[in-house]
Design a protein around this ligand. Structure first.
Ligand code: MN
Length: 232
């Protein structure tokens, strides 16, 4: 068959060893730090984690000037540890989960908070609050061979000179291995899948001109500048 238009190229994320990581799907975990659950008006629980998804094309590299997205007045940063899946599988056991990880990166789960909260109150899907162009900036993906398996390390986000989010990935309610196990019961995980593992407290608004810097110990920073409105 001849395609009726030229399909867009796949999203290829950069790795710390100079290669390309083809992004297949983006999964995100909701409320995976207790202090963030509280600031969102919810009690932290040990209920199974819940997930939402974003298009692969929402992934943009560190260094991007991201558009201020349309239809929001409350554009938020969320600092997250991102897991890159290298080996697929379904019904993965917690004890086997680490073997499915190719590597780790820093990543931002950018959010139109006003749209997300309106949808939440109305019992509607979160999609328009979470899944939009350039919504998932990502740092270099570091292979496990370089980092080992990450279970602790400082995570910090600044906007300009101001520290907004500061925590430790050891504080995840559900650690990475558990997240992979739960997610693999719902979907068959595939090489190229990314999992944004949730954000600690301190989420907040950014405006055009702001520079957001996310650091996690042992990984490359994600730095993005918020540009002018997409639809001017
Ligand atoms: Mn998030």
């Amino acid at each position: 068959m001849t395609p009726i238009f030229t399909p867009p190229p796949p999203t290829i994320a950069a790795t710390s060893d100079g290669r390309g990581f083809p992004v297949r799907r983006v999964f995100c975990v909701g409320r995976n730090y207790a202090d963030h659950a509280r600031e969102m008006g919810k009690d932290p629980t040990r209920d199974p984690p819940f997930f939402f998804t974003k298009w692969a094309e929402t992934v943009v590299p560190s260094g991007t000037v991201i558009d201020y997205p349309p239809e929001t007045g409350n554009f938020h940063h969320e600092a997250e540890l991102v897991v890159a899946i290298g080996t697929g599988g379904h019904n993965i056991a917690v004890a086997d989960a680490n073997s499915h990880i190719w590597g780790y990166a820093t990543g931002l789960d950018m959010t139109r908070r006003d749209l997300q909260l309106t949808a939440r109150e109305q019992g509607r899907p979160w999609s328009t609050g979470k899944n939009f162009e350039q919504a998932s900036p990502l740092g270099l993906i570091h292979p496990v061979s370089e980092t080992g398996y990450l279970t602790e390390g400082a995570i910090r986000l600044t906007v300009g000179e101001q520290t907004r989010q500061e925590a430790d990935i050891a504080d995840l309610i559900w650690p990475v291995a558990d997240v992979i196990a739960f997610l693999s019961r719902l979907y068959t995980l595939e090489p190229g899948d990314l999992i944004y593992t949730g954000t600690p407290a301190g989420v907040g608004a950014v405006v055009p001109g702001d520079v957001i810097r996310l650091s996690i110990e042992g990984l490359s920073d994600t730095v993005v500048t918020v540009g002018p409105p997409r639809h001017g």
